[in-house]
Design a protein around this ligand. Structure first.
Ligand SMILES: NC(=O)c1ccc[n+]([C@@H]2O[C@H](COP(=O)([O-])OP(=O)(O)OC[C@H]3O[C@@H](n4cnc5c(N)ncnc54)[C@H](OP(=O)(O)O)[C@@H]3O)[C@@H](O)[C@H]2O)c1
Length: 341
């Protein structure tokens, strides 16, 4: 038995299995029709076997977390227990006062990134309150804070874990070197040697930098990756879940358009539609299947609230299995708008 088995099976409550599809909740909120739409989205996600919900302290200035908390409160305990909730901290948006700020503190004048121990602890406490829970499964560092040493953030996270308020650590939008440093620091400073749970990056047909880094190496067409080119394979090698945010490209490739103007996105949408028809799969499944076909076990974090679209997304693995080599490269080429060299 490994330390990981012991940690998950004996010492603490067994971990729920993380589904390949993650339900993003950036659009959730507590006003108007949104709670009803959120409940319907959650129902559809549960029916599709989704076990991971993704939120963040800054989504809707905390309202996404409130809506997630309200939706979870409506579930039967055994259903709730089957879900993992991940939230994020580390961004302070302009016009907001960070949690734990002294009374009278002025709102932030600009966006800044803050992974300091004080901010992590205050932000997590505020997130737990909004979520109506005393513990989240994973806390992600949303963006890199170059002013805070990684080890300081990791120690603060471990304090919170020791207090039972969070189980795992994840990171988002980081260069590979910083993600690796988090993983190494966590493994060496934690008692059980557990490393990062997940790394979240923007990835999809519309945002292909990490894929193109693998396909277009040693060529002028290769797009910059801000130091993340080696992240996907490294995550796969280390057993860290690679989560892709924005995987549907906000609907670019599955939205019917009446616009006559030709552009690569519309051309790619036509290719998605053709392949979807041939495979007998929804377009969303083809778009996500393109990601799932990669050898990195990419976990799409889908932001749709539409129950039908969530059901369509859940067929991504069927589409991935049916996509042949030629389909995959055809989709890449259509999204690029220019042939591969
Ligand atoms: N780590 C980060 O920095 C970061 C950043 C952004 C987001 N995220 C996470 O990733 C999740 C997903 O991000 P995302 O929402 O940008 O990505 P997405 O899943 O690519 O896009 C979802 C959005 O596109 C719309 N959409 C999809 N297909 C459509 C279609 N055929 N026609 C019309 N509209 C369509 C959805 O509307 P409907 O609801 O109507 O379907 C929804 O507003 C977020 O919820 C959040 O949890 C993380």
């Amino acid at each position: 038995m490994t330390a990981m088995d012991l940690y998950h099976d004996d010492v603490r409550a067994p971990r729920q299995t993380a589904s390949p599809l993650v339900l993003g909740t950036m659009g959730w909120g507590t006003d108007g029709e949104r709670p009803v739409r959120a409940a319907a989205a959650l129902d559809a996600a549960l029916a599709a076997g989704v076990t991971v919900l993704d939120t963040a302290d800054i989504y809707g200035d905390g309202d996404s977390e409130r809506a997630v908390g309200a939706a979870l409160a409506g579930l039967a305990p055994q259903v709730r227990d089957g879900l993992r909730v991940q939230t994020k901290c580390g961004i302070v948006l302009p016009g907001t006062r960070p949690p734990g700020a002294a009374p009278g503190t002025c709102p932030a004048p600009t966006t800044r990134y803050d992974s300091s121990p004080h901010h992590l602890k205050a932000s997590l406490a505020a997130s737990l309150e909004r979520l109506g829970t005393d513990r989240v499964d994973t806390l992600l560092i949303h963006r890199p804070d170059v002013l805070t040493p990684v080890e300081d953030t990791v120690r603060a996270f471990l304090d919170e874990r020791e207090a039972g308020r969070v189980e795992r650590l994840g990171v988002s939008n980081l260069p590979w070197e910083r993600a690796q440093r988090f993983h190494t620091a966590l493994r060496s400073l934690s008692a059980d040697g557990t490393g990062l749970d997940c790394v979240q990056v923007e990835l999809g047909l519309h945002h292909r930098a990490l894929v193109e880094a693998a396909v277009l190496a040693n060529h002028d067409d290769a797009v910059p990756t801000s130091g993340a080119a080696t992240l996907p394979q490294w995550c796969a090698d280390e057993g860290i879940a690679l989560q892709a945010w924005g995987p549907l490209g906000q609907g670019r490739y599955t939205r019917r358009t009446t616009d006559e103007a030709r552009n690569p996105e519309q051309d790619a949408a036509v290719v998605v539609e053709e392949i979807a028809e041939r495979l007998g799969q929804p377009g969303e499944a083809v778009v996500l299947g393109w990601l799932r076909r990669l050898p990195w076990d990419v976990r799409p974090v889908v932001g749709t609230m539409d129950p039908g679209r969530i059901a369509a997304c859940s067929r991504a693995d069927d589409a991935a299995a049916a996509l042949d080599h030629s389909d995959w490269y055809r989709l890449l080429t259509a999204a690029r708008g220019v042939p591969l060299p």
